[in-house]
Design a protein around this ligand. Structure first.
Ligand code: XIL
Length: 330
């Protein structure tokens, strides 16, 4: 059967997934399926602060370099995730970083990391999840250490430093929980548009918007028209759009495997057929390729303890109905 990356590229879309060095090294079947199906690789862990910064003044690129080499060896594009986030910060971060030195740490991090990978990166998630509606700010921004220490301009600063060090990389703002027709997602879409408009109006070197797309199999309030309108508004800012972390949690779905797989596949099909109508969409990445390794096993486990099945391949790397749904959407 024609692999997903081939079907996608026939529509001008890059298809790929997140993976990890330890998974590829320990599971040859995953590694070969990854090479067969994926045209782009994003490290699930290895380019986050806690992986890159074991101590305040030491960077460790070993794992990131291993994945960059794996991608290069197999003719797969490599995308970076993520230069600025409020999670996956190293143990030492809290007691070391403060109002006085936060800018130094941010500038040094982005400079060092984007310089190290300059020329090897298709696109960077420069800033991840900077909005949070519950924090009740008028600009919808999240009260992260970065906002607390540096104010809203940390976002523009991050993009400018990344652009200086790697003018070839597409620079992306990545966010989540905005896909559905529910009040919080609607508010999030508004805050994101305001943020993107502000960045663009200030000449910030930002080229794309990443929509994580962690879908809920049980969630029925999906309004394709509203999502399409949002994507068109983003595209009208002269931004490309990437589906960056696609999966469908089946945490609250019935136990029966066939029923679960069918609902998960339908969620993939509904979502992708809406999103892929937007011609600014250039990439679709799953957050993992096989059910054997999904963050949802820890993050959104089922009450009945049955293994979760959010991804296109099962744990033996057999394609599931979800695979067909994604294939059809391309
Ligand atoms: C997740 C990883 O998959 C987990 O293994 C880790 O424990 C936490 O981070 N949004 C993101 C990703 O942008 O970086 C997160 O990845 C999933 C949610």
């Amino acid at each position: 059967y024609t692999p997903l990356k081939k079907r996608a590229s026939a529509k001008g879309i890059i298809y790929g997934a997140a993976t990890r060095r330890d998974l590829l090294e320990s599971n040859p079947k995953l590694a070969s399926s990854f090479v067969q199906q994926c045209g782009i690789l994003v490290p699930e862990w290895e380019l986050k602060w806690n992986f890159l910064r074991p101590t305040p003044n030491r960077f460790d690129f070993t794992a990131g370099d291993w994945l960059a080499k794996f991608a290069r060896t197999h003719g797969i594009l490599f995308r970076g995730h993520t230069l600025v986030w409020h999670e996956a910060l190293p143990e030492w971060f809290e007691e070391v970083v403060n109002r006085q030195n936060a800018e130094k740490f941010l500038v040094e991090h982005i400079t060092t990391v984007t310089k190290h990978y300059a020329g090897q990166i298709h696109s960077w998630d420069v800033v991840n999840e900077a909005t949070k509606i519950d924090h009740k700010r008028s600009d919808g921004l999240r009260n992260s250490p970065w906002l607390e220490f540096l104010g809203p301009n940390y976002i523009e600063l991050a993009f400018r430093i990344a652009a200086e060090q790697d003018p070839k990389a597409m620079l992306v703002y990545n966010d989540t929980e905005l896909e559905y027709d529910i009040p919080k997602h609607e508010a999030k879409r508004g805050a994101i548009l305001k943020l993107l408009e502000r960045l663009k109006s200030r000449g910030t070197p930002i080229h794309g918007f990443g929509i994580q797309s962690h879908l809920y199999g049980h969630e029925t309030r999906f309004n394709p028209k509203k999502l399409r309108k949002f994507l068109a508004d983003v595209a009208s800012l002269d931004l490309k759009i990437l589906v960056t972390e696609l999966d469908v949690r089946d945490q609250n779905l019935p136990k029966d495997l066939k029923t679960r797989d069918r609902i998960v596949a339908a969620a993939y099909e509904d979502y992708l057929s809406a999103v892929l109508d937007e011609k600014a969409v250039i990439a679709v990445l799953n957050w993992g390729l096989s059910d054997s390794h999904t963050w949802l096993a820890q993050y959104a486990p089922r009450k009945d303890d049955a293994p979760v099945r959010p991804l296109p391949f099962d744990s033996n790397l057999k394609p599931k109905l979800a695979w067909n749904a994604i294939a059809r959407a391309f």
